[in-house]
Design a protein around this ligand. Structure first.
Ligand code: HEC
Ligand code: HEC
Length: 401
């Protein structure tokens, strides 16, 4: 695993006293995690929910061997940096009026998404529906947001902070900017300790914030679903899963197999439903060259047109453990499961030059799904829900009260 060099540091009222065994004090190696022997501000603010001498495990979590996709890049997860990321994620100080944190729109109990169609930021409603943050790490597509406008997860993480509507540090029209936020956070003793623990000194930079937030988001993983229990017992997705009902296995087969149109335009006469072509098991991440899927209105306006949405979060944890949706579907936040199925059942390519080819046959596919097929597809999608991610404290709010 990771061989990390950890320095032992006593942090006393803003002054660093290095323990005797560590004489390379002047080492200008940046970004080295350290073990805090003393952390008075952290102890006070988090009331035991964060213990620097016994951090939660983010860096060495179990990942099933059938999972291949991984967009970690240079930014390997460490417990120290991800712990800082957790605090940033839940800290309302990251918004101009101290009212909104990342978690205001990405709620753990909703698979880190939102049940509102449009989420509330400091200056109004978001233009699109909030995205679940499940298994963001395990994906082929490296870019983020519904329209993929963030080139990496690191880039993405400080964009909501600098968005006028979401958290308000835009630097425009009288808004403070990210440097003002850095000054604000630098005044907090607990950040002096947390940044020292994560990066070796207390300096706050946008890049350090990005790396910490991205590590925390990448740590959010869900691999304890009934799908995973089944997948572990077979060699590939096409085999029937021993733990599935007949209906769930049928739904899985429909999801995985391409439709059979037999030269019949876009009219399906057999085969599966072709979902796997874009939402690929076992990650259920989106194919990185997907076009739009025909949902082209917007959250705010049914008659507006948005052809730019070509990404979806993993289809894992669409539903909660009781079988209810964690939030409405698509960037529009306008669909329940039934509407989603009717959408794919009958897609219209008219006035949509960017509709993905896979869905555009014969002017838009007609899947001719039977009621049994619809029910089986839903039953299968419900097997993709885990449990740990909804309740594990390491992903929960560290601020007491
Ligand atoms: C006011 C609500 C709101 C806040 C606050 C917010 N987000 Fe989001 N988040 C959204 C919405 C809405 C989207 C989708 C926006 C889009 O694609 O245009 C999104 C998308 C994302 C994505 C992309 C997921 C994907 O699969 O592409 C990530 C990652 C993310 N947010 C992380 C964060 C982090 C980290 C913070 C805090 C620094 C944060 N968000 C704060 C509402 C919010
Ligand atoms: C050509 C690629 C493609 C195919 C094939 C496809 N999808 Fe999608 N899917 C997308 C895209 C792109 C989005 C994001 C669309 C949006 O929000 O407007 C999406 C969104 C979704 C969502 C909403 C996810 C969320 O977080 O709100 C669900 C559920 C879904 N698809 C299920 C399916 C099912 C079931 C099938 C098979 C019947 C299927 N998809 C086939 C590309 C595809």
């Amino acid at each position: 695993m990771m061989d990390k060099l950890k320095k032992h540091i006593f942090l006393l009222t803003g002054m660093l006293v290095l323990s005797a065994c560590n004489l390379d004090v002047e080492s200008n190696q940046p970004d080295e995690t350290v073990i805090l022997e003393e952390s008075p501000a952290i102890d006070l603010v988090f009331d035991g929910k964060i213990d620097p001498t016994n951090l939660s495990n983010y860096e060495d979590q179990f990942v099933p061997n059938y999972i291949d996709e991984d967009n970690t890049g240079f930014n390997d997860i460490s417990d120290e940096v991800a712990t800082l990321g957790r605090v940033l994620f839940y800290d309302t100080k990251l918004s101009v009026d101290n009212s909104i944190s990342c978690a205001s729109c990405h709620k753990q109990e909703l698979a880190f998404g939102d049940d509102l169609r449009q989420s509330e930021g400091v200056n109004g409603l978001t233009g699109r529906h909030s995205m679940r943050l499940i298994n963001a790490r395990f994906a082929e597509e490296q870019r983020f947001f519904w329209d993929e406008r963030a080139n990496t997860l690191e880039d993405q993480t400080t964009m909501p902070i600098q968005d006028h509507i979401e958290m308000g540090f835009s630097g425009e029209n009288g808004d403070p900017n990210i440097d003002d936020l850095i000054v604000k956070l630098s005044g907090e003793d607990y950040y002096q300790e947390l940044f020292t623990m994560a990066f070796g000194d207390q300096q706050i930079t946008e890049v350090r914030m990005q790396n910490a937030l991205a590590q925390f988001v990448r740590s959010i993983q869900s691999f304890d679903s009934r799908y995973d229990e089944g997948r572990m017992q077979v060699n590939n997705n096409n085999q029937n899963f021993p733990n599935f009902t007949t209906q769930e296995n049928l739904g899985k087969q429909l999801f995985m197999m391409p439709p059979d149109f037999q030269g019949n335009g876009g009219n399906r006469i057999g085969g599966g439903l072709g979902c796997q072509g874009c939402h690929r098991a076992p990650e259920f991440d989106i194919n990185d060259n997907s076009g739009n899927n025909g949902v082209i209105n917007t959250a705010a306006d049914l008659s507006a047109v948005d052809l730019t949405v070509t990404r979806a979060p993993s289809l894992r944890d669409l539903f909660n453990q009781s079988g209810a949706l964690n939030g409405p579907l698509m960037h529009t936040g306008r669909m329940d499961v039934g509407m989603m199925i009717e959408h794919y059942n009958d897609i219209n390519a008219q006035d949509n030059p960017d509709l993905d080819n896979r869905l555009a046959r014969g002017g838009g596919q007609n899947l001719n799904m039977t009621e049994d097929e619809k029910a089986a597809l839903v039953a299968f999608l419900k097997t993709l829900t885990g449990s740990d991610v909804y309740s594990n404290e390491k992903w929960s709010d560290p601020f007491p009260g």
